[in-house]
Design a protein around this ligand. Structure first.
Ligand SMILES: O=P(O)(O)OC[C@H]1O[C@H](O[C@H]2O[C@H](CO)[C@@H](O)[C@H](O)[C@H]2O)[C@H](O)[C@@H](O)[C@@H]1O
Length: 293
């Protein structure tokens, strides 16, 4: 596995020199797999994954970001072996539709809509019960207003795709003509000026709008760990794999805890807190496969 990758670096065109030197700081998790597993030995592994760009390829139409059957099979095996959660920017139910696995926990809206295992430490409940946590529930009516406003004001702009992600809104501009890009930006900032409880960030060809509260994918990760009974545990080893800017918040949490492996998915050098990297969802699958081999 390692050698195959190395030879493709040496072959030239596939890997840029810049990427090769970035890899020194963020080594490939496939190359480092054995070393990582030595560190993980005796620890309780917990798996966290982003969805788009991590479990499924980035595709032009968000509705078609399907996971391959092979990825589903491998992920199902991983989830049989280790507690596994997907933390996505999408609406939670949408990710569940894409993934179709019952043994996985899900969080949508960048961690604002969590379905987690019930923390059974102080109750007699069986541990397969789940609990829902939605820290921005009071913002739902305002989000709906913003969604309506954006729909009305972008109506004349070709290519805008507004995705309702329950607590958040994604405004995709991938298919918007360059000349109209500024208008989309202006509409969003005008709407948010009217709704200062919400803020905007950027993702892959998308504006992500959500409540302006201190809660992100990193908080969601900690919530899952807490409910799994690993809140203050020294022998837990969380692995978080993601490609998005919002995943950086989860990477930071792992660094702060001094635990686990933050792994970024990217095919080009990027500024990241992740300690390891994978190039694409196919490599994510290989990595996951290694965990259950
Ligand atoms: O946290 P994630 O699971 O990574 O979700 C982030 C956003 O992903 C989706 O958009 C991105 O993927 C689309 C499908 O490949 C692509 O067309 C788009 O350009 C990307 O930005 C999703 O549609 C958004 O709602 C998520 O917030």
């Amino acid at each position: 596995m390692g050698l195959a990758r190395l030879s493709s670096i040496e072959d030239g065109n596939d890997f840029s020199i810049e990427y090769a030197s970035w890899l020194v700081e963020h080594p490939c998790a496939l190359e480092k797999f054995e070393e990582m597993m030595k560190i993980a030995k005796g620890k309780k592994i917990v798996i966290f994954l982003d969805y788009d760009g991590t479990l499924s390829d980035i595709v032009p139409n968000p509705e078609e970001a399907f996971m391959t059957d092979k990825m589903r099979m491998v992920l199902g095996e991983v989830a049989n072996r280790f507690p596994t959660a997907i933390i996505s920017g999408r609406k939670r139910e949408r990710v569940q539709d894409f993934v179709q696995l019952k043994n996985v926990y899900y969080a949508g809206s960048h961690g604002l809509d969590i379905e987690a295992p019930l923390d059974s430490t102080n109750s007699n409940e069986k541990d397969n019960k789940v609990v829902f946590y939605q820290p921005a529930i009071e913002f739902l009516p305002e989000k709906q207003k913003i969604l309506n406003l954006l729909g009305e004001r972008t109506k004349g702009i070709k290519g805008v795709n507004i995705e309702d992600n329950k607590f958040c809104i994604s405004v995709h501009y991938r298919h918007v003509h360059t000349k109209d890009f500024g208008s989309v930006e202006n509409i969003i900032s005008a709407v948010l000026k009217e709704h200062p409880n919400f803020r905007v960030s950027t993702g892959i060809k998308v504006f992500e709008i959500g409540p302006n509260i201190v809660w992100n994918k990193g908080h969601a990760l900690e919530y899952f760990l807490e409910n799994l009974g690993f809140g203050n545990s020294d022998d837990v080893l969380p692995i978080y794999i993601g490609d998005d800017r919002t995943d950086e918040d989860a990477f930071k949490v792992l660094l702060k805890r001094g635990q686990g492996f933050p792994i970024v998915v990217t095919a080009s050098p990027k500024d990241t807190k992740a300690l390891y990297s994978l190039r694409e969802p196919k490599e994510v699958m290989e990595f996951l496969l290694g965990l259950v081999a």
